[in-house]
Design a protein around this ligand. Structure first.
Ligand code: 8YV
Length: 322
């Protein structure tokens, strides 16, 4: 009998077609009602789940008796209850590397967009406010030659640092759980304690994983340390930042601007952020190019296929039984 695969979010159509030609596929569809109830029911006899962007754990997987793998179409895995998955001996796989450069591109776009008020000035021009030569209210911050502080020098953080160093002649500071000697040497990057980085950087870019140490890492105290011309960019996870404290810092011009791709609660609906001109709010699209989303879906498919063939997937997250 065909193995059953539950697709729990939108996935590239070519990969969906491949899944359908090899497995019995059920697609979770928010239009059909409560998503968690659907997952609870469909996971009962599922061999694999594939998708991204949903919180999965005991509440919706407690009846999954033959589930071998959750193949996440993401590099981050904070949506999954690892303790529960380990207990149940369910593999969790992810899709690192293929999204690194795409996500670093978006971080840079946010840095530049926020520093030069790109989104705000676009709206301003279209609203007919351009009546004479642009003045100080429309001026931005230089990027070339400035100091870039990266919080979390993983693959994506390093790719952002390379853009700054080679493309924009920036001085690189970084803060990380441990020092990254090789990357740092290549980019002449200086390891700093967080407070030191915040005081010295013109641009602060957050690329840390979300975990117990990084939760609410940025609050009122951290924004107060930053320079008034500083630009803050978050492409990591919303919960790393106390959003209300960021709103205050932006509103009081404690910092110049922010570029955000992630939020405490997604999708972002009504929020004080929408009232501010000095923040760019993107809908969690760090990895969202056609090419990269295809590569991510394909890698997730490979991970799933290996697991269902009783082989070890390429990228496994849970260490205990891999
Ligand atoms: C996407 C991400 O939001 O990979 C991650 O961890 O945050 C993003 O690439 C997500 O994976 C949606 O597919």
């Amino acid at each position: 009998m065909n193995q059953k695969v539950v697709v729990f979010s939108q996935i590239h159509e070519k990969i969906l077609a491949k899944l359908k030609s090899n497995y019995h596929v059920v697609v979770i569809d928010p239009k059909l009602g409560d998503v968690n109830a659907q997952i609870l029911k469909e996971s009962e006899d599922a061999d694999a789940l594939i998708g991204a962007g949903r919180v999965l754990g005991a509440h919706n997987l407690k009846n999954a008796k033959q589930l071998k793998i959750i193949s996440s179409v993401s590099v981050g895995y904070d949506n999954y209850d690892l303790d529960f998955l380990n207990q149940q001996k369910i593999w969790l796989s992810n899709t690192p590397h293929v999204l690194t450069e795409t996500t670093a591109d978006l971080a840079f776009a946010l840095m530049m967009g926020a520093a030069r008020q790109i989104a705000h000035l676009d709206q301003w021009t279209k609203a007919g406010h351009w009546k004479r030569t642009a003045g100080p209210a429309q001026f931005g911050q230089d990027i070339f030659g400035k100091t870039l502080g990266i919080v979390g020098l993983g693959h994506i953080g390093a790719a952002i640092a390379r853009r700054g160093f080679y493309g924009f002649n920036m001085d690189i500071l970084y803060h990380n759980r441990r020092e990254k000697i090789e990357v740092a040497e290549a980019l002449n990057a200086e390891y700093c304690e967080l407070n030191d980085l915040l005081q010295r950087a013109d641009f602060v870019v957050v690329t840390v994983d979300l975990n117990a140490d990084s939760k609410a890492l940025f609050g009122a105290k951290e924004f107060a340390l930053m320079q008034p011309h500083a630009v803050f960019v978050n492409i990591a996870r919303g919960a790393v930042v106390d959003e209300a404290a960021l709103v205050d810092a932006l509103r009081n011009k404690q910092i110049f601007a922010a570029g955000l791709d992630v939020y405490e609660k997604e999708p972002l609906q009504s929020t004080a952020l929408f009232e501010l001109d000095n923040v760019i709010t993107l809908p969690h699209v760090g990895s969202a190019t056609l090419e990269t989303r295809y590569k991510m879906a394909n890698l997730a498919y490979q991970n799933l296929k290996l697991a269902l063939n009783k082989q070890k997937p390429r990228y496994i997250v849970n260490p205990t039984f891999s």
